[in-house]
Design a protein around this ligand. Structure first.
Ligand code: EPZ
Length: 420
């Protein structure tokens, strides 16, 4: 087991390259189960979640290799349609194999994903939509057992809640369904849009891409002729590094990003007093005269992303004044609060809202990572804390941040990975 040791009070400077988006790479990899040919997916981030999904796909019978951020994968020999618990429990996004496996084979068994630190994470909307498409769904010993021997049928599906992986699962299922599927209240995240483009370029007619209503003209069980694709930049990794620059009030540049997909993040930083130099694929953060407090409410894209909530909470401890953060998507996404409090933050929780006192002097401490984004918030706090902070259980970070200490070191942070 390893931990990160970070010496605080270090200004940052310089520029780093942002990796491909984990949450775009995962659905794209799952979608290759619908492909009649080998596909190359480039700009794949070297993170544990991607490795876990590739292991699952290979367990199912696919043939894949990864070199220099390019995954080459051929799923034509996939026979098994059972995604076992041992892998799924490590990564809930494995549920993304449910839609494609069912659409392709007419039956599959996928382990129910466990909950996780940020909430119960149900999949009822995924299952309800598949049933509306004619699937028979049973839950047996922790597995979703799904059957659709005559194939899935196109229909109209209204999602009661906006669900990112739910939208992605049903998108993939509808792509090989018999007939036309209309989806209402679909997630509009850039990662969902890229999956639509991947399927469209594979021969599936999809109307409404980028909107909340999609019409998908299924292939009647025909495998797709998928084309190579490059994963979009990771807007959450990018936002995390902008917050690192912001909390240390430094000038830093991030490259290989899409500024248009980060507007809710950059607008919030602007409200807090920071400036920007925007390039076509780069963003330079300019220090603030004074970091102002700001209230935040998380919501679905293009609103403020829940995956940036923990990072902004760390930043708000350094702002001038009190900030109120309202977490609207997950019922338990405040695991970072107790750890930030141990470093000297003053944060009051009431239901799904947190009141964060500003101008707090943080002191380095031993803290524990609990989930991917909460862990990144602890790094941000450590950058401004007095003394050294040790962050334990950093396997959470390795799931979604590529070369974390390499990138932070390149920006001048005093950070190293040590053995417990
Ligand atoms: C995706 O998770 C992301 N993961 C999450 O990122 C992200 O936080 C989340 O979307 C919200 O943006 C991936 O894309 C792999 P949801 P997902 O289904 O799809 C409720 C990270 O750090 N819901 O959009 O699982 C659910 O409980 C991760 O990279 C149901 O009630 O999230 C939540 O309250 C963390 N029933 C809300 O909807 C369902 O069937 C949004 O969840 C599905 C979801």
């Amino acid at each position: 087991m390893y931990y990160l040791s970070i010496k605080g009070k270090q200004k940052l400077k310089g520029s780093i390259r942002i990796s491909g988006a984990k949450n775009a790479a995962l659905p794209l990899l799952a979608a290759t189960l619908l492909s009649k040919n080998r596909v190359n997916i480039s700009n794949i981030p070297n993170v544990v979640d991607v490795k876990t999904l590739l292991k699952l796909l290979d367990n199912l019978g696919s043939n894949s290799n990864i070199k220099d951020g390019i995954v080459s994968i051929d799923t034509t020999k996939v026979k098994s349609a059972c995604a076992n618990y041992d892998i799924v429990r490590k990564m809930r996004a494995s549920i993304l194999t449910l839609g494609p496996l069912l659409a392709r084979f007419g039956h599959c068994e996928v382990s129910m994903p466990g909950g996780c630190a940020i909430g119960q994470r149900p999949i009822d909307l995924h299952l309800k939509a598949l049933e509306q498409m004619g699937a028979k769904i049973e839950l047996k010993q922790g597995y979703v057992v799904a059957k659709a021997p005559e194939g899935l049928k196109g229909t109209t599906i209204i999602f009661d809640k906006v669900t990112v992986t739910g939208s992605e699962n049903i998108l993939m299922a509808a792509s090989m369904a018999h007939g036309v599927t209309k989806l209402v209240n679909v997630a509009k995240e850039p990662e969902v849009v890229q999956l639509c483009e991947f399927l469209r370029d594979g021969g599936v007619k999809i109307d409404g891409i980028g909107t909340t209503n999609l019409t998908i003209f299924g292939s009647y069980g025909e495998l797709l002729d998928m084309k190579d694709i490059k994963v979009i930049p990771d807007r959450i990794e990018a936002g995390t590094y902008l917050c690192a620059g912001a909390i240390t009030n430094s000038k830093i540049t991030i490259s290989d990003v899409n500024p248009k997909q980060m507007e809710s993040i950059t607008l919030k930083l602007e409200q807090m007093g920071f400036g920007f130099e925007m390039g076509e694929n780069s963003i330079t953060l300019l220090p603030a005269q004074k970091i102002s407090a700001s209230d935040i409410e998380t919501s679905e894209y293009p609103g403020f992303p829940t995956d940036m909530q923990a990072q902004f909470m760390a930043l708000c401890t350094q702002a001038d004044g009190t900030s109120v953060i309202d977490e609207r998507l997950f019922e338990n996404r405040f695991m970072h609060v107790s750890e930030l409090t141990r470093m000297g933050a003053n944060i009051k929780l009431k239901g799904h809202s947190a009141t964060v006192e500003g101008d707090m002097k943080l002191i380095g401490a031993d803290v524990m990572a609990t989930d991917l984004r909460a862990s990144s918030a602890l790094i941000l706090a450590a950058l401004v804390a007095e003394g050294t902070t040790k962050i334990h259980r950093i396997y959470h970070l390795d799931r979604g941040y590529e070369d974390l200490e390499g990138k932070f070191s390149a920006l001048g942070a005093n950070i190293e990975r040590l053995e417990e």
